[in-house]
Design a protein around this ligand. Sequence first.
Ligand code: G
Ligand code: G
Ligand code: NA
Ligand code: MN
Length: 253
Amino acid sequence: MRIEGELRQALLNGELLLYYQPKVSLRSGRIVGAEALLRWRHPVRGLVSPGVFIPVAEETGLILELGSWVLEAACRQIREWQDANLIMPPIAVNLSARQFDSKLPQRIAAVLERYSVQPEQINLEITESLLVRGADAVIAIMNELRAMGMGLALDDFGTGYSSLAYLKKFPISTLKIDRSFVIGLPHEENDCAIARAIVTMAQQLRQEIVAEGVETAEQMNFLRELGCDQLQGYLFSQPVPAADFASMLRDGK
Ligand code: G
Ligand code: G
Ligand code: NA
Ligand code: MN
């Protein structure tokens, strides 16, 4: 519980920040997006990973406030970059299933308007746990978000419980192949088969496909041959502070 109190304080004290991890086109090699990833600069413990505090925030409900902060911070940053004449690819923000209620589209619209950010500049990353709820209400909210112009990506794909049947019910624009299937490419036969099946299916469903956790050129080459659209991983870049990401964009990488 101590961490909950500290996290509340962190929000007030401005100890949270966003890092950005580029997504790269497998065709052009250029940066075509980025994922915003939350970091906590703790005065004593240093940089704390979201793997530690997101689960606590999910349990306590504090994730709603964190989620609002993340969306706001991302939009403020996009506005700043656009004012500096950077050509911005879409920035992806992770959403917790708990943030997904009927007011979400309105709440996002208000933040976009406050910072004059176009909905096309934002992608939302959700996880399979949301789909398992399977309610028509969730589909309606997703449709609303898509109609506004935002991309919807399904994160960590293949690790949860979603069946293929779910996929066609939900208006998902992008599938992210989970890192656990990328690790074994191109040597582990099972991982190759799974990656191939996911890419083929995504293509049939007209979804864009992003591979996560790409660390080697061998993995990249295999994914390119499969027809994967984008990669994200240490091979290209770790998540970096905003200023470093801006430099990458300026360098036209
Ligand atoms: O950046 P890192 O690999 O440490 O992230 C660990 C986990 O925390 C990942 O699953 C990531 O999706 C999650 N995460 C990072 N930032 C956010 C955020 O802003 N909101 C939510 N809900 N999860 C996040
Ligand atoms: O759950 P999600 O996919 O949002 O998690 C993203 C997390 O994965 C980030 O915290 C990031 O630090 C981590 N990550 C990103 N690329 C790589 C990679 O190439 N290798 C490893 N081991 N982790 C990665
Ligand atoms: Na995530
Ligand atoms: Mn993600």
